[in-house]
Write a protein that binds this ligand. Structure first.
Ligand code: ZN
Ligand code: ZN
Length: 358
């Protein structure tokens, strides 16, 4: 590990150990995959778990991953036939904390039987930690955003009337993989024409047609970190109303993005976009919240929404994605990824977002 990684991990462990003490637990079994990856860098966290005590931190996994773990993981690794049996045997009689939101009842029951007492369910230990990214995490997100931008350029070059939505999605996916992504952050959305009124319209067999708007929402995963970007483009010439909607959403996106700064709340930023769309009589068509944090999962804290009291701090990474959806007619959204900095913010998505036709 580099000195920076060492220091980063030491900070995370100190916070978690403090929480374990407060919860009266001797050890914490981390099973939620993003949290396993957060502590270990292990890229198959679904098949691993991290056990944390006051003086040890160990990744448990099985023999299929012995080589992979030895390459990726800087903490101690134990290769065992059954993670839960090994952990329960090691801790017999002690107080074990488990992640209540992730542990199933059946798994908990089996651990309790072997441990000789009931594990303590704890939640939210990682939320505040993961919400503020380290420089290394921001670097991974910056690279994920760069790969996402590269894929958008590739899609622009092949889009046009008669091209199916799934072909556009496959182009985005292969361009991201070839540019270094370990995967796609979520099912790619390509929604053209009236399908654009579905905020989560995943790519279908529909062909793009002249006169339509088409919304692409996608992101690359790099080192476990998820980028997220949306662009809307016109196919050929579109009508005046589509053009008016586009300019209104762009105005709302640029205004709310510009408002991102430490000390502002999620609710305040969301309100900037809503007010901008309101000036165009479109507020009622903006039916979701403005944005969300991303990191080891695609949707995480903080939220930019009507209900969010979260105060933005340097190191938080958020999307800003207003959209309007008019059922039976069209819909569109524009989304950038940005990191809050002490001076304000840095936009990680670099793809041009002004009106354009393919
Ligand atoms: Zn998105
Ligand atoms: Zn998003």
């Amino acid at each position: 590990m580099t000195a920076a990684q060492d220091q980063e991990l030491a900070g995370r462990l100190a916070t978690l150990r403090e929480r374990m003490r407060a919860a009266g637990a001797d050890a914490l079994l981390v099973t939620n995959p993003p949290n396993v990856r957060y502590l270990s860098a292990f890229s198959a966290p679904e098949d691993g778990a991290v056990l944390l005590t006051q003086d040890t931190v160990t990744l448990y996994t099985d023999a299929r991953y012995a080589t992979q773990a030895s390459h990726e993981v800087a903490i101690r690794v134990e290769v065992v036939p059954s993670i839960d049996d090994a952990v329960a045997d090691k801790l017999a009689g002690q107080r074990l904390a488990v992640e209540g939101e992730h542990m199933t009842l059946g798994r908990n029951r089996a651990i309790a039987r072997r441990l000789g007492n009931e594990p303590v369910a704890v939640d939210g230990f990682f939320t505040a930690l993961r919400t503020v990214k380290s420089e290394r995490e921001v670097a991974a997100l910056r690279e994920a955003a760069r790969v996402t931008d590269e894929a958008f350029s590739a899609a622009l070059a092949m889009m046009g009337p008669g091209v199916r939505e799934v072909e556009v999605a496959l182009c985005l996916e292969s361009a991201m993989r070839l540019a270094g992504a370990e995967g796609s952050a979520f099912d790619i959305i390509v929604a053209s024409g009236t399908r654009g009124a579905m905020p989560h319209g995943v790519a279908s067999q529909k062909e793009l047609a002249a006169g339509e708007l088409v919304t692409l929402d996608f992101g690359a995963v790099v080192d476990g970190y998820h980028a997220d970007m949306t662009r809307t483009v016109a196919v050929g010439a579109v009508g005046a109303e589509e053009r008016r909607l586009f300019e209104a959403v762009l105005e709302a996106q640029e205004a709310s993005l510009a408002a991102l700064a430490p000390g502002r709340t999620g609710r305040e930023i969301d309100a900037v976009a809503r007010a901008a769309l309101g000036r165009h009589g479109l507020e009622e068509y903006f039916t979701h919240s403005l944005g969300h944090g991303t990191g080891l999962v695609i949707h995480e804290e903080p939220r930019l929404s009507k209900k969010s009291d979260t105060v933005l701090q340097p190191g938080m990474v958020v999307t800003v994605e207003p959209g309007v959806y008019l059922p039976g007619f069209t819909g569109l959204r524009i989304e950038d990824l940005a990191v809050i900095t002490s001076a304000g913010h840095e936009v990680l998505s670099k793809s041009p977002k002004g009106f354009r036709s393919v």
